[in-house]
Design a protein around this ligand. Structure first.
Ligand SMILES: Nc1ncnc2c1ncn2[C@@H]1O[C@H](COP(=O)(O)OP(=O)(O)O)[C@@H](O)[C@H]1O
Ligand SMILES: O=c1ccn([C@@H]2O[C@H](COP(=O)(O)OP(=O)(O)O)[C@@H](O)[C@H]2O)c(=O)[nH]1
Length: 585
């Protein structure tokens, strides 16, 4: 909570500017997010200036207002804003404020405003800005965090401009969950949170309001280059309607870029430059020159370790952990030969060659973290031998994109930014994220062959089908209890000598079993025998239901395409863009 004396000033006019010199400048915004009240005391502000032993004045840093860094999370009703925000909170420890939730809480206040809000929500209308913004402002102050996700706001132009003028805050970027209405409708109708607006009549009104009033906001931020769009990929899953995915890969890249660009990388770079231009002369700070003929170069930093390496005194545990999981081995930055004399004339100029990081350091997509607890433990960082003419740049959270581990943009040293090469704005970070996403999308296109699949009138490519033996006889096993896993299923069928593989199908997001699986046999006759013998037998604590899997009939490209009207040449015409499925049935 903010200190009492500051609060009235804060929530009215320029609420954040009095926070003054700050932790953002200390490079700690990305790592340490002290509660607002801590910053309201001169001593706390002073200690923030030197937190982690970094002398800001000497590092040549400028004071940065400690305004919250805001990410707007937008999308139609039911597009998954709340769901994905919860994941981001878990991953990055951000403050999540749902405008809708705040309004719903306000509804219960029984005040005239509260009653008005209740009516408007029931009608799917947008509540006047003054109400929503004051709720958001209060919640930001109370939340006391530097990075804030604002979910479901702004919903129209009036919301947007009022927020900006009232708080002085512009979003760093805007996550937009682009989801078809049919999917949103289905989700809202089964959301079952007892909301007065999750009925078909209001849902339709909300869709219209979204298109008429909120889409212009998306367009506005698109023009400013601030939109990060997450297009929903559809995937039909048995018994669970339409599922979507993808955000898990995109969001960490975006947030990572935000953290990186906002403060962390700037601080790292400032330290790096301060070191190079330091009054002691860089020869004194760096290791002895390399072998004859090899120009000497600056070595590892003599300055304090970067904040994310400070240990328990630094970041809150969730941030430490998530940053650790995003961390990469030190980049090797090839520097030009140093000048003859030390001094400010030696910031590194020209291009910097950053080798691609090993895939092992890619942040794990949420999907693969499903079975783990909130925070992935830091993975060990294998140090590579470093040639003597390389400089080990300080570690910082690298921009990696999703499971591919491909390096996302490196706006720090490589971007065409200011004279120091530092990223000057979130635009750089955003450009980095976009480049990373494009790269990732391109890499995905190049991914190893998947098998074509068709179900429910849709056709797509499914890479998981390649895990199975070729030309096998496969049985669909239904009615499995929750206790049946791959091992239990395998044990039930292992007595058949040509048994090859058993797999229980699980929800990618929750890892919960879907109650069915597949068993594969390399020999058809044995497969048929297993099918006859095992149908209705207990596996775990329930009798199973078996039938021959017809997956192969749906994976023959030529067959599929021949069936498709107007395509008789057998060329693949499946739409690969839409689906990356996990299931087969
Ligand atoms: N990827 C997804 N696949 C299937 N259902 C989802 C997905 N994301 C969210 N949902 C469900 O859809 C409903 C709406 O999601 P929610 O996050 O509340 O949307 P919003 O905040 O945009 O209105 C919730 O019941 C949620 O559990
Ligand atoms: O900034 C906001 C956010 C929400 N709402 C109201 O709250 C409802 C629910 O919004 P929420 O974001 O909770 O849910 P969504 O409709 O996106 O699922 C909306 O239809 C609006 O009536 C509003 O008026 N202003």
């Amino acid at each position: 909570m903010a200190c009492a004396s500051c609060l009235p000033v804060q929530s009215k006019n320029m609420p954040w500017s009095h926070l003054g010199l700050g932790f953002a400048a200390a490079g700690l915004a990305s790592v340490v997010m002290p509660p607002t009240e801590a910053l309201c005391t001169p001593s706390a502000a002073a200690s923030a200036d030197t937190a982690g032993g970094i002398d800001l004045a000497n590092a040549g840093m400028q004071a940065v207002k400690a305004k919250p860094q805001v990410i707007f999370v937008l999308g139609g009703p039911g597009s998954g804003k709340g769901t994905q925000c919860a994941k981001m909170v878990e991953e990055f420890g951000l403050l999540h404020l749902s405008a809708g939730d705040l309004l719903r809480a306000h509804m219960k206040s029984g005040t005239p405003d509260g009653n008005m809000v209740a009516d408007m929500i029931k009608q799917g209308q947008i509540v006047p800005s003054r109400v929503t913004i004051s709720l958001l402002e209060d919640a930001m102050l109370k939340g006391g965090k530097q990075q804030v996700l604002i979910d479901g706001f702004p919903r129209n132009e009036e919301n947007r401009s009022a927020f900006e003028s009232q708080t002085g805050i512009e979003p760093e970027f805007v996550l937009f969950f682009d989801c078809p209405e049919a999917v949103m409708e289905q989700r809202l109708l089964s959301r079952q949170e007892g909301r007065t607006d999750d009925n078909i009549e209001t849902i339709r009104k909300r869709f219209k309001v979204f298109v008429d009033s909120s889409m212009p906001i998306i367009k506005f931020y698109e023009r400013k280059g601030k939109i990060i769009r997450d297009e929903v990929e559809l995937e039909r899953e048995r018994g669970e309607g339409i599922q979507t995915r993808k955000t898990q890969e995109l969001v960490p890249s975006s947030i990572c870029a935000l953290f990186g660009s906002m403060a962390h990388l700037e601080a790292e770079l400032a330290r790096f430059e301060a070191e190079l231009a330091g009054s002691n002369g860089f020869q004194a700070q760096h290791p002895p020159p390399g072998p004859p003929g090899v120009p000497s170069h600056p070595g590892p930093s003599a300055l304090p370790p970067p904040p994310h390496l400070l240990g328990s005194g630094g970041a809150p545990p969730n941030l430490q952990a998530s940053q650790a999981s995003l961390r990469m081995p030190p980049a090797q930055v090839q520097l030009p030969p140093p000048p003859q004399q030390a001094g400010p004339a030696y910031p590194p100029q020209g291009p910097v060659h950053l080798p691609p990081p090993p895939a092992a350091y890619a942040p794990q997509p949420y999907a693969s973290q499903a079975a783990q607890h909130s925070y992935a433990p830091p993975r060990p960082v294998a140090q590579q031998p470093m040639p003597s003419n390389y400089y080990a740049a300080p570690q910082y959270p690298q921009y990696t994109s999703g499971a591919s581990g491909a390096p996302a943009a490196m706006p720090v040293y490589a971007s065409a930014a200011g004279p120091s090469g530092a990223p000057h704005s979130q635009q750089d970070a955003l450009a980095g994220v976009k480049a990373a996403l494009e790269k990732e999308a391109n890499e995905k296109k190049k991914k190893p062959p998947a098998m074509p699949r068709a179900a429910g009138g849709e056709k797509w490519w499914d890479p998981t089908l390649t895990e199975w033996p070729e030309n096998d006889f496969r049985i669909f096993v239904g009615d499995l209890g929750n206790e049946v896993n791959d091992d239990v299923l395998a044990k039930a069928f292992q007595k058949f000598t040509s048994f090859a593989k058993a797999k229980v199908v699980r929800n990618k997001h929750t890892n919960k079993t879907k109650g069915f699986g597949f068993v594969s046999f390399t020999d058809t006759i044995e497969g048929v025998k297993a099918l006859r013998e095992m149908d209705g037998k207990y596996i775990g604590n329930r009798p199973c239901k078996l039938r021959k899997s017809t997956w192969d009939e749906r994976t023959n490209t030529q067959q599929l395409n021949k069936k498709r009207k107007g395509h008789h040449d057998g060329k693949p015409v499946l739409n690969m863009k839409k689906h990356v499925g996990v299931l087969h049935r």
